[in-house]
Design a protein around this ligand. Structure first.
Ligand code: HEM
Length: 444
């Protein structure tokens, strides 16, 4: 394969732009098979127009590697709706040296020492929610999972407890619903509603920031680190930036994890044999139910289950980049000014990497099979390169703590007459919210 600066004669990838301005955006957002259909027709590299911009979709491990490791050709480029809703000072929008310095700063909140410190609070919140669900018996789980993950993120990253008691979790839901939309700022559009929610959430965050600024000790959570940070002249971060960064952490810290936990709960309900194996492991490794960094590490089967959840239904399906310099890939030109979209979900469905990719099969991650190790960038639920997920270790920890307590002590069945169809945008979630009968399991 040849990856160099393009010769003028190279063709553009096959594909169609669709309608003027909106291009193929509606199909991209609504048709779950949008990419698959085009891959069948044009191959793993095709052009389209999404969110008002000419876009090249690149599918496969090799393409992921190309995009995620070639920073001279590609830079972050969220759709306009996402960019506006995240805010201009958000880490995920920042570029160059500013991005690097903020990323370095925030990474302290996700280092092993910080994570070990989060464990007791994570467990406490998890047990509170599990007991609440046990009392409810029948429940629509997905919105409850969202409250749970939001509580974990706001408590551990921003130091705010029980935020779900305010309606901020609902504001976040409506804000998320506007992330991938055509940005028409009218009150009745999803984007218009999301803009309103952004303002409301920022007002709420401002109060938290001002309160924390007034305290003597800023603390070591993510907000504490941001409050102590300064530029070379010793100036602290502006209030506007603090607000955008907290908004990002709260959003990124809970929406994706909710999706992953929803898939975990669904897959375990459908695969009782996997639940039984995971349960036996947790009971053996942590007989008293007390979790530590060490016994969590020993839960290797549970680890495989969680990896498989993130392979089968990755919460983030792919990522947008702008092409900053014309380049070529597999004999096609990738022109400057266009957008490139790399694919996580479709890479995870590649049958040249994963045997029977549509099956839920945690053993594919066993040391003997190690299917994910076959190709670099063939398994990438957290993305890769310099924009790899900052909260990866935090997310893995919450998922494991939640899963360990859940499989150890509980059992649940899916209620009949519900749609389990996955809605993919903004993050994959079951259409009817995952209705279950939830109870404590009998001792083994
Ligand atoms: C299972 C849960 C999660 C998944 C699957 C996930 C996935 C991802 C992916 C794929 C990206 C890269 C997007 C791209 O390439 O454009 C990303 C970026 C990011 N994630 Fe996560 N994430 C998860 C949880 C979290 C959590 C818990 C946090 C924070 C507490 C977080 C914070 C971030 C941030 C700040 C970025 C932007 C990094 C940058 O631009 O430098 N994520 N995430």
């Amino acid at each position: 394969m040849n990856i160099t600066q393009t010769k003028p004669s190279l063709p553009l990838p096959p594909g169609k732009f669709g309608l003027p301005i909106i291009g193929e955006t509606i199909g991209f957002l609504r048709d779950a098979d949008f990419i698959e259909k085009r891959v069948k027709k044009y191959g793993s590299l095709f052009k389209t127009s999404i969110f008002g911009r000419p876009t090249i979709v690149l599918v496969g491990a090799e393409a992921n590697r190309f995009i995620l490791t070639n920073d001279k050709y590609f830079a972050i480029a969220w759709p306009q709706s996402t960019k506006i809703l995240l805010g201009p000072l958000s880490l995920s929008v920042q570029e160059g040296s500013q991005h690097q310095s903020r990323r370095k700063l925030l990474s302290y909140a996700f280092q092993p020492k910080a994570l070990a410190g989060y464990l007791p609070s994570m467990e406490r919140i998890t047990l509170e929610y599990l007991q609440k669900w046990e009392k409810l018996g029948k429940l629509t789980w997905y919105p409850q999972l969202r409250d749970y993950t939001f509580d974990v993120a706001s408590s551990l990253l921003v130091g705010e407890d029980s935020s779900f008691e305010t309606n901020i979790s609902q504001l976040f839901k409506d804000w998320c619903d506007g992330l991938f939309t055509i940005p028409i700022p009218l009150p009745w559009t999803k984007f218009g509603r999301a803009l309103y929610c952004r303002k409301e959430i920022l007002d709420h965050i401002e109060k938290i920031v001002l309160r924390r600024q007034a305290e003597q000790n800023p603390g070591q959570d993510a907000l504490g680190l941001l409050l102590q940070a300064g530029d070379d002249e010793g100036n602290g971060l502006s209030l506007a930036e603090l607000k955008d960064q907290v908004l990002l952490l709260l959003f990124a810290g809970h929406e994706t994890v909710t999706s992953a936990l929803g898939t975990l709960c669904l897959c375990l309900a459908q695969h009782p044999e996997v639940l039984a194996l995971a349960r036996a492991e947790v009971l053996q490794v942590a007989p008293d139910g007390c979790l530590t960094a060490e016994n969590l590490r020993q839960m290797t089967y549970l680890e495989m289950v969680l990896k498989e959840v993130l392979r089968l239904v990755p919460p983030v399906g792919g990522g947008f980049r702008k092409v900053v310099k014309t380049c070529e890939f597999n004999g096609y030109s990738i022109p400057e000014g266009w957008v490139a979209l790399y694919q996580i979900a479709h890479t995870h469905e590649d049958s040249s990497i994963y045997s029977q990719p549509e099956q839920f099969d945690p053993e594919r991650f066993s040391p003997e099979r190690a299917e994910d190790k076959q190709k670099p960038f063939g398994y990438l639920p957290f993305g890769g390169g310099m924009r790899e997920c900052l909260g990866k270790a935090f997310a893995q920890l919450v998922m494991k703590v939640f899963a360990a307590h859940l499989v150890r002590d509980y059992t649940w069945e899916l209620l009949p007459n519900q749609s389990l169809e996955l809605i993919r945008v903004p993050t994959p979630h079951p259409k009817d919210g995952l209705q279950v009968n939830f109870r404590r399991s009998l001792p083994l």
